[in-house]
Design a binder for this molecule. Structure first.
Ligand code: ZN
Ligand code: ZN
Length: 440
């Protein structure tokens, strides 16, 4: 482009010179301006590219925060948070609003999402006394000692409690969406105070709009009209449709896959998860960052070019400093033989995959053998088997519920019949008594 511009300009100058309309000085000035112009346009192109890259990373982290929000059982304002080191592109903390964790017990049974009229607190506000907020939870779940200088992505503007945690952790930027089922949430006092604190500190904040598509819609599910009319009847039961851990981590692997610069049909994403359910690392298969690669689709070329690709699980495992001993690997496609070696050697104890491998290929025959011998067959799991288990659990619950419902209906009918029968007996008794009194 620069060369073209130069040739064109030089030709034009020559033409103008022939016509004696330009002096030597004019020509020099024109050449200097052209040179500066092309340099400026190069800089502008670079800035635009950088911005585009930053926007894509922003979207990626915000989608992870949206996924986290879908883990929340909060019936009215599920919130998700994702803390990222935007320089190294590492996820260093994920959280969502939830009841305090109680080891070995169901925290929903200990801390109710309901309120109590007797305490003078509206039903939908009682939970605020117990709920651990998304940003606080993400800071507590950090995967490295210091998260100073990092950015937090939130699906909801932080209130004062979250802002305190953000500042204390040394986070420098808050990127937020405003996904909520409460229409007037933004004007609540705890949010206003949160904003005031941010404005008086060095922490920057900026809002993003319309990120997450389907994920956003699920967070903002329409509140039923009867709840809108009466806030005291706001839904208070914990959400039952929250996404499972398996789906959550596989979705993170899928989102990471989209960061790949490989051809769409070959993209793979991976996610390493600690026994404490922390995302320790993510990876996607890609050409080395600045490597120029051929994007035309051709099978022969693809085979050759595939040698230049670094694999998703390989990058996820090797790219992190903490040990992955005892961790679970979520990967969108069954690992190849090279990745299988790294997996077993690193101490990963379980692999959950989505797409199967090409079982007739040497690479997958070897990887199956390696993984089965070192981890055991039962530790290489197709994600669909979890879905089947979940489906059968749900259908069992539905059956139990319908049995319970049938029993309840039967009990109600029995009570009604008994009441009618006793009433009837009572009337007969009254009639007989009146009759006998009349006889006297
Ligand atoms: Zn908060
Ligand atoms: Zn591989």
């Amino acid at each position: 482009m620069k060369e073209k511009l130069k040739v064109l300009t030089e030709n034009d100058i020559e033409k103008l010179e022939k016509e004696d309309s330009l002096t030597e000085n004019d020509v020099q000035e024109l050449l200097r301006v052209t040179q500066v112009d092309s340099e400026i346009s190069e800089v502008i192109a670079e800035i635009t590219q950088d911005e585009e890259r930053r926007r894509k990373w922003d979207e990626y982290y915000m989608k992870i925060a949206c996924l986290a929000a879908l883990r929340s059982k909060d019936p009215s304002t599920p919130v998700g948070a994702c803390i990222a080191d935007t320089k190294t592109h590492q996820i260093v903390g994920i959280g969502y609003n939830s009841m305090p964790y109680v080891k070995g017990r169901n925290n929903d049974k200990i801390f109710s999402w309901k309120g109590s009229k007797a305490e003078g607190i509206p039903y939908h506000e009682k939970k605020y006394n117990y709920v651990v907020h998304a940003a606080v939870s993400a800071v507590l779940n950090k995967t490295r000692e210091s998260i100073e200088g990092c950015t937090i992505y939130l699906t909801h503007f932080p209130d004062k409690d979250c802002v305190h945690a953000i500042i204390k952790a040394g986070i420098r930027e808050v990127v937020y969406c405003m996904y909520t089922r409460h229409e007037e949430r933004e004007e609540k006092e705890d949010m206003i105070v949160g904003k005031e604190i941010l404005e008086r500190t060095a922490v920057k904040y900026r809002r993003m709009e319309n990120i997450g598509g389907e994920l956003k819609n699920r967070i903002e599910q329409e509140i039923k009209p009867q709840y809108k009319k009466n806030k005291n009847k706001w839904p208070t039961e914990p959400v039952q449709g929250y996404i499972t851990w398996e789906k959550f981590f596989m979705k993170i692997a899928e989102l990471s896959k989209e960061r790949s610069n490989h051809n769409p049909q070959y993209k793979v994403g991976a996610c390493v998860v600690s026994p404490k359910k922390q995302v320790l690392a993510v990876g996607y298969n890609a050409y080395p960052e600045d490597m120029i690669h051929d994007e035309t689709e051709d099978e022969e070329k693809d085979n050759k070019e595939s040698n230049y690709i670094s694999h998703a699980e390989y990058k996820a495992i090797l790219g992190i400093s903490p040990s992955v001993e005892g961790c679970t690997l979520y990967v969108t496609k069954y690992p190849c033989h090279m990745c299988a070696q790294v997996i077993v050697q690193s101490g990963i104890r379980e692999v959950i995959y989505d797409k199967p491998g090409e079982w007739d290929k040497d690479s997958y025959i070897s990887s199956r053998k390696t993984l089965a011998a070192c981890l055991g067959d039962d530790k290489i799991i197709d994600i669909r088997s979890y879905e089947k288990k979940l489906d059968s659990k749900i259908s069992k619950e539905c059956q139990t519920q319908s049995i319970v419902k049938d029993q309840a209906t039967f009990r109600t009918c029995t009570y009604i019949i008994a009441i009618i029968f006793f009433k009837f007996l009572f009337i007969i008794f009254v009639c007989v008594t009146i009759k006998s009194i009349c006889k006297f």
